[in-house]
Each structure stands twice: as structure tokens, then as C-alpha cells.
Write a protein that binds this ligand. Structure first.
Ligand code: ZN
Length: 174
């Protein structure tokens, strides 16, 4: 299996029919995204492109794990992920590319290659739970850490009540 880390698919001059690509997502992939919710992970991505004359579609399937931090005890955990998606593209003269459609992504006819980093990142991000805890991966929180963190966040809340000037201002309005 040829593993490619460019996340590029050649479009220009590609013969019609099915083309398959394999990509590998690692820590360096995530570091390219600003404010990424993920820093560490290992995900294999398979892409199957069905190339036609003026349009094509790409089936993306991915499988692997990403590291997440438990919101209760700050323990790191490996979350297994898997996702599939199908993207549709159309090739258009450059002046018609701007008229976008929700379902179909328009690309200029002379495009050389297509980079799949963004859709792959979005697919991975959609696999993340709203709130990751040790329980998500059927593990138990570190009770000592949990107590410590819980205590700290309670203290912070108390402080806010006292010092927040917006509340003081509101009280004066009464
Ligand atoms: Zn935990």
C-alpha cells in the first residue's frame, strides 16, 4: 500500500474511471490546523475517486484513533474513530466556479490537483464527542485528580461572583 501524506489527488489529465488513494494522518497533520481540537492521533484514510468527463465524486473512509483529554480528570485517552463520506465535484470554467451549491463543490476546469486535508479534518472533528471523559472510552477517572480539579473550578466560580464588575453594575440598576 502506498501511503501518501500530501493529501493531494491529481485531477488534471487523470483518466476516466476509478482511482484509489491512501493517506495517513498523524500529529503533523493536526499541527497544520489552527486551534485544532486534536494534537495527537493516527488515522488511515482511503479515498476512491470516480472520475467522469466534467464531474467526479470521492468516497472517503477513515479509521484510527485520536487523543483527547478527559474534562473531569485531565487524563489523556485514545478515542477510536471511523467515518465515511461522499463528496461531489463539478468542473466549470473559472468564472462559474463562484456559484456554489451546497451539495456539489465547483472547481475550475484547469485544476491540477485537489487537496483533501480540510474535508478529512472536518470528518475527524465530527467524530469527537461534545464532552470527552474517561467514561467515553470505558475507563474510570483518576479520583484524586478529579477531586483536585473539581475543587479548583468551584473556587474559580466563587471568585467570579465577587469580582465580576458586570454583576456589580447590574445590582446598582435595581
Ligand atoms: Zn477522566
Amino acid at each position: 500500500m502506498v501511503v501518501d501524506q500530501s493529501f493531494n489527488i491529481r485531477i488534471s489529465g487523470q483518466r476516466l474511471g476509478i482511482h484509489e488513494f491512501d493517506f495517513s494522518v498523524d500529529d503533523s497533520f493536526f499541527s497544520a490546523f489552527e486551534h485544532a481540537q486534536i494534537q495527537v492521533g493516527n488515522v488511515s484514510v482511503h479515498a476512491e475517486m470516480d472520475r467522469k468527463e466534467r464531474e467526479f465524486d470521492i468516497r472517503l473512509s477513515l479509521k484510527g484513533w485520536v487523543e483527547q483529554t478527559c474534562v473531569r480528570c485531565l487524563e489523556l485517552g485514545r478515542l477510536n474513530i471511523a467515518a465515511e463520506e461522499r463528496l461531489f465535484f463539478e468542473l466549470h470554467p473559472i468564472d462559474a466556479v463562484e456559484e456554489t451549491d451546497d451539495e456539489i463543490i465547483r472547481l475550475p476546469m484547469d485544476i491540477l490537483e485537489l487537496n483533501l486535508s480540510q474535508p478529512i479534518y472536518e470528518m475527524i472533528a465530527l467524530c469527537l464527542p461534545m464532552r470527552f471523559t474517561c467514561e467515553t472510552i470505558k475507563q474510570t477517572c483518576d479520583p484524586e485528580m478529579e477531586k483536585l480539579i473539581q475543587g479548583e473550578s468551584n473556587e474559580k466560580m466563587d471568585d467570579q461572583d465577587v469580582v465580576d464588575p458586570r454583576w456589580e453594575a447590574l445590582k446598582k440598576l435595581k
